[in-house]
Design a protein around this ligand. Structure first.
Ligand SMILES: Cc1cc2nc3c(=O)[nH]c(=O)nc-3n(C[C@H](O)[C@H](O)[C@H](O)COP(=O)(O)OP(=O)(O)OC[C@H]3O[C@@H](n4cnc5c(N)ncnc54)[C@H](O)[C@@H]3O)c2cc1C
Length: 245
């Protein structure tokens, strides 16, 4: 799991189930624990944002970050979907972790283990400069923990070119499947066939140095720490060099 560094701030109440957020299929997989929602969001790097534009659904992937009981999205002031969201069009944002492939003894009963969240609402533009800078810090630290301290602050021009939106986590559904294979009893499966789960997770390989980097510059501590968190077996720099020749 990438992170979960954010404190699970108030409100700590359970997620209310609304007509929109009530899970229909496999309702026992619906979760209402807000802390669990925060964990799912904090462990994810990508959200899929959906709007209806010109009568057509549009879903676009983007990075995000959570601050308290809201998520922040950032994009270009020239972006069509950002301008639409800023104008108050309703949106839906989905975050998904694929935790495993579930091999049952029939294709029909095979499944996936996952944690997913669907947020409904209307985003608002973060206009206050201090809140905007903090939102950008939240998104940056969510995507690249520790990097903010390694690079220069954003310029006024860069901030002006960036639209930051805040979406409250007020109407959200969470659905989780986290168990092994299950199947209808005696529906003809071949009992000599293996059943089980293939666990999946996000991993990182060793950081790759850009030719933009001046010779002798040490590798980013932020990138190395993140790589180590995602893949504890990443070799130390000296080991990588000797392995390479
Ligand atoms: C990685 C992954 C793969 C999946 N693959 C399939 C697949 O191949 N086929 C399939 O039928 N289903 C799949 N699902 C489950 C799918 O997301 C729906 O839950 C399922 O289709 C049942 O929808 P429903 O009719 O209950 O939804 P609806 O009745 O339309 O949903 C009602 C409300 O339930 C909530 N909800 C529904 N599903 C989710 C969810 N996954 N996470 C959070 N909130 C949810 C939403 O708020 C929604 O508005 C997959 C889920 C994940 C995470």
């Amino acid at each position: 799991m990438p992170h979960s560094t954010q404190p699970h701030n108030a409100p700590t109440s359970d997620l209310p189930i609304t007509a929109r957020t009530r899970v229909t299929r496999s309702p026992e997989r619906q979760r209402t624990d807000r802390a669990e929602l925060y964990g799912i969001l904090d462990d994810a790097l990508v959200a899929h944002v959906a709007i209806v534009r010109d009568g057509m659904p549009l879903v676009l992937p983007m990075g995000f970050g959570r601050g308290g009981n809201a998520i922040y999205l950032h994009g270009s002031t020239g972006s069509g979907i950002f301008r639409a969201m800023a104008s108050g069009t309703p949106i839906s944002v989905t975050v998904t972790h694929l935790d495993g492939l579930v091999y049952a003894r029939s294709l029909f009963d095979s499944s996936m283990n996952y944690r997913s969240a669907v947020v409904f609402g209307t985003a608002t533009t973060v206009a206050d400069p201090a809140e905007k800078a903090e939102a950008m810090r939240i998104v940056s630290e969510h995507l690249m923990p520790g990097r903010t301290a390694e690079v220069r602050p954003m310029t006024k021009r860069e901030l002006a070119a960036t639209l930051v939106l805040r979406l409250p986590l007020d109407e959200v559904s969470v659905k989780v499947r986290a168990h092994g294979a299950s199947e209808e009893p005696d529906d003809g499966e071949d009992r000599s066939v293996w059943a089980g789960v293939l666990p999946l997770r996000l991993t990182a390989l060793a950081p790759e140095t850009s030719p933009l980097t001046a010779p002798g510059t040490p590798e980013s501590a932020a990138a190395r720490a993140y790589a180590a968190r995602l893949a504890p077996a990443v070799p130390a720099p000296s080991e990588s060099r000797s392995a390479a020749g």
